[in-house]
Design a binder for this molecule. Structure first.
Ligand SMILES: Cc1cc2nc3c(=O)[nH]c(=O)nc-3n(C[C@H](O)[C@H](O)[C@H](O)COP(=O)(O)OP(=O)(O)OC[C@H]3O[C@@H](n4cnc5c(N)ncnc54)[C@H](O)[C@@H]3O)c2cc1C
Ligand code: FES
Length: 288
């Protein structure tokens, strides 16, 4: 296995019994044993690792920056951000759902049970739930569904009903329906039958608003769907949160690689997705 050089010793999950030397710091670098890393369809893998106590404190919408092994003879620069997909505190496990896209995620796809995944986190600001809400709507596309799964679980735990609109190219890519079904109603909308068209999603959202099943909006994974929720949220005064993606380097704040433009009280502002997000007020998102 590759030898990595560390600036400080990472927490080795399952081996470090010493008390946490930095209880005031919410994130850490850890070496997490891989439990499984299986394909769930032709494009996506489901990675399960054993998490350190600090990483298991992750909140929905937060992310980890993974040091992916190289998939070839070349070096691999920079970590890759991945949202937390599921936090199984009872079993001490962290789960990720990721698309095998470029060299980083292809490297992650080579990891086998027993390998140690180096991750830094939990990072960023996640979603928030208002206990006054009775019914929320989550709208995600593609891998955005991975980011929205944990907020749906948290809503279910808080007794808030969820309507999940899962947008995908084809039925097999409308992932995590089982997770969403546990906490509410699932509506897949697909490119294959045209139901993912913005006009159709708009009609679904308008119906939910009319039926008073939309106390708040949550979205991730599609600029078109973000713009739609933003417009309807503004028209009907429905609060919303969007998880934004941006290419990252440090994931910690100093490099400013991840800035995006936001609009706050009529003024354009640059914000770093890694530390000021990745979850933002929907009405402040300009999109991409
Ligand atoms: C906060 C956050 C959460 C994410 N959560 C998930 C998730 O749960 N599942 C998932 O499949 N993907 C997720 N992504 C996207 C994921 O980070 C990229 O797919 C991945 O970095 C691509 O790396 P690569 O080496 O395979 O591809 P390459 O294209 O070779 O990556 C090259 C560089 O670009 C960066 N990069 C490329 N695409 C993205 C992107 N969309 N967002 C951010 N950085 C990118 C990489 O970090 C790397 O530095 C998330 C991105 C962010 C910012
Ligand atoms: S990735 Fe470095 S500041 Fe956000």
């Amino acid at each position: 296995m590759t030898n990595y050089a560390f600036a400080s010793a990472p927490h080795v999950v399952g081996q470090s019994d010493a008390p946490d030397p930095t209880p005031h710091i919410p994130a850490e670098e850890s070496l997490a044993p891989v439990i499984s890393n299986d394909w769930i369809n032709a494009e996506y893998k489901h990675l399960v690792v054993q998490g350190s106590p600090k990483s298991l404190a992750a909140k929905p919408g937060q992310f980890f920056n993974l040091l992916c092994p190289s998939p070839d003879d070349g070096d691999l620069w920079l970590r890759r951000p991945q949202s937390i997909y599921r936090i199984d505190r009872a079993q001490g496990r962290l789960e990720f759902l990721y698309k095998s896209a470029g060299r980083g995620t292809r490297g992650t796809a080579t990891m086998k049970p027993g390998d140690k995944l180096n991750l830094v986190g939990p990072l960023g600001i996640g979603f928030t739930l208002d206990p006054a809400w009775k019914h929320i709507v989550v709208l995600g596309r593609g891998v955005g569904l991975a980011t929205l799964a944990p907020i749906s679980q948290a809503a279910g735990d808080a007794g808030i009903r969820v309507t999940a609109i899962l947008s995908a190219r084809a039925p097999e890519l409308a992932m995590s329906a089982d997770l969403f079904e546990k906490v509410g109603d699932v509506m897949p909308v697909l490119d294959t039958d045209g139901s993912s068209a913005v006009e159709n999603v708009e009609a679904i959202l308008n119906r939910l608003i009319k039926e008073k099943r939309a106390d708040a909006f949550f979205t991730c994974g599609s600029n078109r769907l973000l713009q739609l929720m933003k417009t309807l949220g503004k028209q009907h005064n429905i609060p919303g949160q969007a998880a934004m993606e941006q290419v990252m380097a440090c994931g910690l704040g100093p490099c400013y690689v991840c800035v995006r433009t936001f609009e706050v009280n009529g003024h354009k502002e640059l914000r770093r997705v890694c530390v000021e997000g990745p979850v933002f007020d929907l009405q402040e998102c300009v999109g991409w």
